[in-house]
Design a protein around this ligand. Structure first.
Ligand SMILES: [Fe+2]
Length: 265
């Protein structure tokens, strides 16, 4: 049942039609028989390509966009409230039963390049279940699926730019590539921000995970400071109001500026 007080839509915004949520794509490599030829592009920047995902590694420098008041695409899409329900930000109450795993709440602020909060913006999340399996046809890992966990959620930031998701801590999973590397536990995030230039797709990690030292996607972030900014910190203390029986992790997301949230995703 929904947690009392758990709200994803506690802000007032104009009603604008929103596209239906899309299934969360898994990020496992395709089976060997369907894999693309092993022709990894030259790495850019000077970090090694993702293990198992050479075609997703940046191959060219970023394209600088021309922006200004006259730019038709300066402003990003506007999302209304009608499609964001109170259940969307609590991934543990979307099915009749309770999902298996460690219940957590991830919360923080969405900030712009000057450190100002960005209110009333859409944040999307997708993830594997506690066993490290995505509820997606592209994931053929032999870990069990959880009939009570889909692994996709959405939330709108409040007037102070805060967000919160309650979910199950995802498990690590093997990439199935030479050397048998495993992904560290992570959550996928998509953010639109207020403008086209603030669009960000990235991943969040958990402090203390021994796999952080080996995760090829995390290490595609440009430097150690950028990697640290992708790692959520455990926040001891009582759970947030309306989100009982969950461990809280804190993670701020910064769209631009001198210390942005990186996008190795
Ligand atoms: Fe993933």
């Amino acid at each position: 049942m929904p947690s009392p007080g758990a709200r994803c839509d506690n802000v007032s915004m104009p009603t604008v039609p929103t596209p239906a949520p899309t299934p969360a794509p898994a990020d496992r490599p395709a089976p060997a028989s369907a894999a693309a030829p092993d022709t990894a592009p030259a790495p850019y920047p000077a970090t090694p390509p993702y293990q198992g995902f050479p075609l997703r590694h940046p191959a060219h420098p970023p394209v600088r966009l021309l922006t200004g008041p006259e730019s038709a695409e300066f402003y990003g899409p506007v999302f209304g409230l009608t499609d964001v329900t109170p259940l969307d930000c609590d991934l543990t109450v979307q099915h009749p039963g309770t999902p298996i795993g460690e219940r957590i709440t991830v919360t923080g602020r969405l900030l712009d390049d000057r450190g100002h909060p960005i209110p009333h913006q859409l944040i999307e999340l997708w993830q594997a279940n506690a066993a490290g399996r995505y509820a997606h046809q592209g994931d053929q890992h032999d870990a069990p699926l959880d009939p009570n966990f889909t692994g996709a959620g959405r939330a709108l930031t409040d007037a102070a730019g805060r967000y919160a998701f309650t979910t199950i801590k995802p498990g690590p999973y093997p990439l199935g590539t030479p050397g048998d590397p495993w992904r560290a536990a992570h959550l996928h995030f998509s953010l639109f921000g207020r403008a086209f230039t603030q669009r960000l797709v990235t991943q969040m990690y958990f402090e203390g995970d021994p796999l952080l030292a080996y995760d090829s996607v995390l290490h595609a972030a440009p430097n150690a400071a950028a990697r640290r900014r992708l790692i959520a910190t455990y926040a001891p203390g009582p759970p947030l109001p309306g989100r009982p029986m969950s461990l809280t992790y804190h993670w701020d997301i910064v769209l631009g500026g001198p210390a942005p949230t990186a996008a190795p995703a």
